[in-house]
Design a protein around this ligand. Structure first.
Ligand code: UFG
Length: 337
């Protein structure tokens, strides 16, 4: 297949591109390079020893996007492009709706014009909001609690409506839990702009000396050690789920799958695991809770296993080891290019 990956130059997208190339697929990337890096794709090509195509285009620029569909026939789209910072989405919701929701509408229009009907969408466990019960199954009613989460949920709804309007569409929604780690080579990984929001990226920068200490956002949650519990999933496992999701699977479309390990770890457990994997001390201070955070979230990933034959294989130690390999080999992330 030739697979078009939106946001393919980003952290998750670049790992997906590599898995696709290694599985024998051809890859076309569409990325506006707002957060993605050209260098990430060069490294993907070097690892896979195969080229891919990059179109630098914004999803909301229909003509530019169309150009990406005008070359060799595209068989399927993996749609990862999107803004993803919760606080930023609260401060500037219009930007989030325009970029994430309107961008997806344009993408689907362009797909329809070019007769491409298969789409795998990067959704998020954020659509569940503060789930009353764990583990979280796909049956739980979505209740996102911030604009970012609402954009993800709206896209799921628009894709569901699209599927109902025309069964020729073949749509799959993947709800990611907390991606972490990097490719085992250490050559591609997470390179956030500015101060990292996410735990793993922040810890990695503390370990490498870019930041003095981690702030642990609250230790009074109803969890075993009081800190927040999440389902961290190795980014290579996450990427491989997309390759599985391209194959025809059971269940009526749009198919919805949780992608997690089914196991939660607390912030302090992650700190300890990272210290062990890196041999570095991670100084931390306990601070106030971060507004909008929830106590715990972890997946029931059994549907993805039953229907896609996929399961996460890498554990927390491998996430820490590979995140550290990436960060220590690339202390300042990718060079500017
Ligand atoms: N945390 C800290 N200090 C930090 C960063 C995070 O203590 O500097 C804690 C958080 O409080 C939380 C845990 O580490 O308990 C994980 O936080 P992340 O920011 O890494 O991940 P979240 O679970 O908050 O967010 C992730 C995605 C979001 C998505 C959300 C849905 O990054 O895009 O899951 O639950 F919206």
């Amino acid at each position: 297949m030739r697979v078009l990956v939106t946001g393919g130059a980003g952290y998750i997208g670049s790992h997906i591109c590599l898995e696709l190339l290694e599985a024998g697929h051809d890859v076309t990337v569409v990325d506006n390079l707002a957060n993605g890096k050209r260098e990430a794709l060069r490294r993907v090509e070097a690892l896979a020893q195969r080229p891919l195509e990059l179109f630098t285009a914004d999803l909301n620029h229909k003509d530019d996007l169309s150009a990406a569909f005008s070359g060799p026939r595209i068989d399927a789209v993996i749609h990862c492009a999107g803004l993803k910072a919760v606080a930023e989405s609260v401060a500037d919701p219009l930007r989030y709706y325009a970029n994430n929701v309107a961008g997806t509408v344009t993408l689907c229009e362009v797909m329809r014009q070019h007769g491409v009907s298969r789409l795998v969408f990067s959704s998020s466990c954020t659509v569940y909001g503060d789930a009353a019960t764990v583990p979280i199954t796909e049956e739980l009613p979505p209740a996102p609690v911030n604009p970012y989460g609402r954009t993800k949920r709206m896209i799921e709804q628009l894709l569901t409506d699209l599927q109902a309007s025309d069964p020729a569409w073949d749509l799959t929604l993947l709800r990611y839990f907390n991606p972490a780690g990097a490719h085992a080579s250490g050559s591609i990984g997470e390179d956030p702009a500015g101060v990292p929001d996410n735990l793993f990226a922040f810890i990695a920068q503390v370990a490498v000396g870019r930041r003095p200490e981690l702030r642990v956002f609250g230790n009074d949650y109803p969890t075993p050690d009081g800190t927040g519990v999440r389902d961290y999933i190795h980014v290579v496992d996450l990427a491989s789920a997309h390759v599985s999701a391209l194959e025809p699977a059971g269940g009526p479309a749009p198919r919805v799958y949780n992608l997690g390990t089914g196991r939660g770890y607390s912030v302090l457990e992650v700190v300890e695991a990272f210290e062990r994997a890196s041999g570095r001390k991670i100084p931390y201070v306990i601070t106030e809770r971060r507004p909008g955070d929830i106590a715990r979230a972890y997946a029931d990933p059994s549907r993805a296993h039953a229907e896609l034959g996929w399961r996460a294989r890498r554990d927390l130690h491998e996430m820490c080891r590979d995140a550290w390999r990436w960060q220590s080999q690339n202390p300042d992330g990718y060079p500017d290019s």
